[in-house]
Write a new protein. Structure first.
Length: 749
């Protein structure tokens, strides 16, 4: 590749000068050598060039917030940009990279970022759906495919994984995460980092990960996006921080700030968070980027009086790259002159960004991710389509299946497919659909048409109503279709923009018109299955009372329809389990399984007694608990055994349980292990997930599932905020979800 960059002349010159006579070109270089090169480069950079590296601008192709400066091409040429986001295709990325490499004095290559959140062109189920597969290797593999596709179109940096724990389904961004559990979310985040970054970040098909949104963005007051976060230090450390840490430990090369404040300090000005905790304590060696324009937002937050002050606060906090607010580029120079910041702060930030560029191999070949051949061959391959289809089947959660309504019998003669989500290609993409295209999405109607040929049945499709429009004009046709069918599939839910960023809801019911349509169709008393499409748990209490079967499919992406149809016809047996609690009523929110007992828990012997921690108009229990999900087959749990009743500090507790498949299908079961610390120096949750095994058990067979537990697995932040385990009595539970299963007692000495 032809690189006519001045930078290379400088680098060769300086390598000769500082590091002896290396041949620059094909040398295999390790990190310390990058460090030397970076030190050499920093020495020849002007202040403007340094500050330019800290600037991240959107190409304007895809905007998630107000654009500050559309003149980004000019900026690149002037060396005022270190990275670009939302620029896609080999042609466009090459054009922009050329401006940086060939038209600036030093020719430092750009990073190209993009929100590759659940696939790039092949769109996989939304992350919340993926998490319901509890399948870490599939999650990692999906990011491998996403990275391969994204890097084939010029992208070398993704703004993912999003690992914000959330207990509030009103918050639309729960669709992007792994649900409510810290332990599970940590494992899933780490798997995603590995998938994106692969074994070697400089490989042409791996991309830099960016953990977001640091920190605790998933706990906005009242579920309203961008709202204030306020929580105890203990809750922050115990529940909200570990998934970010797990991603850092897995090697994530960058991290993004969040829009929210914590205890009065907005993330993008939080020195404690980014310098003391992230860098000094956790040993983070990547770079920190802000969320969209969030340095500028320090002004409306009310901690900065103007942009200059906002930039100073952010840099001082340890923020290194300014996404889209252009505060750094416009003000840091002056701030330095005014001695509000130091040159060292700027240099340190530049160094970390340059290191990412070295790690990605961009200094070796700035066009490494611009390969037109790959772009032609590596997107939407048959292998990735098949994988996406399998992933849909693994992400579906069967919520209800009265009288074995599902699977649909193969000898069916006529199916009525009804509902506003039955044939909506666009909605299958879910939020953050990267470069995914509606035209590539298979809807349920399309998939059923294929099954109709295979199983020889007729389909009558009627939209019935729209997603939110109150008109009931389509009801009559829908009723007509249903009356002559021997099975009704009802495709209901949210449209894709009802979840995701800036999509908080105060009412998470099914839109009224859809509930009304469902009531009418269910009243016909036909075999009927509701197929739900949505980006968050919904309060489907009414539907749950009357619908014979409910299959939660979320937004399944490109292969949504095919995967769902495979499950509906029993070609794949559903095995997904919820990673977020479904409330009965919005008033139960925030809701999660790992609650505290309180001083006044409900007395099971006298549940009506007034002065207990409960509601007077709704049970405490959710509609569907964390970990819940049915199968077409049945699993029975028996013979829970532990190898010792007591363990000392260095012991391991061996746990085993027999799980029998007593139903009529071979299937997967996700066996879950929870513990409860009965007496602590501080109160402990009534259940905490400590492990799971996803096992395949053929019908009529039994598997012995084993777990190991050590005192280290039982650590928490004690009264003095030390992360320790404490001796005493514990309960453990092994079962199919967070509320049922068998239990045993043990003691730590
Ligand atoms: C979102 C981030 C995203 C960024 C860039 C913001 O509005 O909060 O998650 O990465 O935009 O698109």
């Amino acid at each position: 590749m032809k690189i006519q960059s001045h930078l290379y002349i400088f680098i060769i010159f300086f390598s000769i000068l500082f590091s002896g006579c290396h041949s620059e070109q094909k040398q295999k270089i390790g990190k310390s050598e990058y460090q030397q090169k970076i030190d050499s480069l920093i020495k020849i950079m002007t202040l403007d060039e340094k500050i330019g590296q800290l600037n991240l601008l959107s190409s304007g192709w895809d905007i998630t917030g107000p654009t500050m400066d559309p003149n980004f091409k000019q900026f690149i040429k002037q060396g005022k940009v270190g990275a670009i986001f939302n620029a896609l295709t080999v042609e466009f990325v090459t054009e922009l990279q050329r401006l940086a490499v060939e038209e600036t004095r030093l020719g430092i290559p750009l990073l190209f970022g993009y929100d590759v959140v659940h696939g790039y062109r092949t769109i996989f189920p939304i992350p919340l759906a993926q998490s319901c597969s509890w399948d870490l290797s599939m999650i990692e593999q999906s990011e491998r495919i996403a990275a391969t596709e994204a890097s084939a179109e010029g992208i070398n940096w993704t703004f993912a994984p999003m690992v914000d724990i959330s207990r509030d389904p009103r918050w639309g961004r729960v669709s992007e995460g792994a649900g409510e559990d810290t332990w599970l979310g940590s494992q899933m985040g780490a798997a995603r980092v590995k998938g994106f970054q692969g074994k070697d970040m400089s490989d042409a098909n791996t991309i830099l990960a960016c953990v977001k949104h640091f920190a605790a963005y998933g706990a906005p007051e009242a579920g309203r996006d961008y709202n204030t976060v306020d929580m105890s230090e203990r809750t922050l450390f115990e529940y909200y921080l570990p998934p970010y840490k797990a991603c850092i430990d897995a090697g994530a090369g960058s991290i993004m700030t969040s829009f929210n404040e914590i205890s009065g300090v907005p993330s993008s000005s939080n020195r404690w968070l980014f310098t003391e905790l992230l860098r000094n304590k956790w040993g983070f060696i990547g770079f920190v980027v802000t969320d969209y324009a969030s340095i500028f937002e320090l002004i409306p937050h009310g901690v900065a009086s103007d942009s200059a002050m906002a930039g100073e606060l952010a840099l001082h906090a340890g923020i290194e790259m300014d996404m889209q607010s252009t505060v750094f580029i416009n003000h840091l120079k002056k701030s330095l002159e005014n001695e509000k910041i130091t040159l060292k702060e700027i240099d340190d930030a530049v160094k970390n960004i340059l290191m990412a560029k070295y790690n990605l191999g961009l200094f070796d070949d700035p066009y490494r991710y611009c390969n037109a051949q790959r772009e032609k061959e590596e997107l939407l391959t048959p292998v990735s389509q098949q994988f996406a289809r399998d992933f849909v089947t693994k992400s579906c959660v069967l919520l209800k299946n009265e009288n074995q309504t599902l699977p649909i019998p193969a000898n069916i003669k006529k199916i009525a497919l009804i509902g506003p989500l039955a044939n909506s290609k666009e909605d299958m993409l879910g939020s953050w659909s990267a470069s995914g295209k509606a035209v590539h999405c298979i809807t349920l109607l399309e998939a059923l048409e294929e099954k109709a040929t295979k199983y020889n049945f007729k389909i009558e499709y009627a939209e019935g109503c729209q997603i939110q429009d109150p008109s009931v004009k389509g009801f009559a046709r829908a009723m007509h279709a249903a009356k002559s069918a021997d099975f009704v599939i009802l495709a209901l839910g949210e449209h894709r923009n009802m979840s995701g960023e800036a999509a908080s809801r105060t009412n998470i019911n099914l839109p009224e018109v859809q509930q009304e349509l469902a009531n009418k169709l269910i009243a016909l008393d036909k075999p009927l299955a509701v197929v739900l499409f949505n980006g968050r748990p919904l309060t489907i209490t009414e539907l749950n009372k009357t619908a014979p079967a409910i299959l939660e499919t979320w937004f399944g992406g490109t292969q949504a329809g095919n995967g769902i149809a495979d499950v509906l016809f029993g070609e794949v047996i559903p095995s997904g389990k919820l990673t977020m609690t479904f409330p009965r009523e919005v008033g139960q929110i925030p809701i999660h399984y790992n609650v505290k007992n309180t001083g006044r828990p409900i007395d099971p012997k006298n549940p009506e007694y007034k002065y207990r921690s409960k509601y007077i108009d709704c049970p405490n229990e959710p509609l569907y608990p964390f970990g819940y999900g049915l199968s077409y087959t049945q699993f029975e749990y028996s013979n829970l055994t532990i190898d010792k009743p007591e363990l000392s500090k260095s012991d391991t507790l061996h746990i085993s349980i027999e799980v029998s498949n007593t139903g009529n299908y071979d299937g997967f079961e996700i066996v879950q292990l929870y513990t409860r610390d009965l007496v602590g120096s501080v109160t402990r949750p009534i259940k905490e997930l400590k492990g799971f095994k996803k096992v395949f058990i053929p019908k009529g067979q039994k598997d012995t599932v084993t777990f190991k537990l050590t005192p280290r697995d039982l650590k928490f932040y004690n009264l003095k905020m030390k992360y320790v385990w404490e001796p005493g009595e514990f309960l453990l539970f092994v079962g199919p979800n967070s509320i049922s299963g068998l239990s045993a007692e043990f003691r730590i000495l």
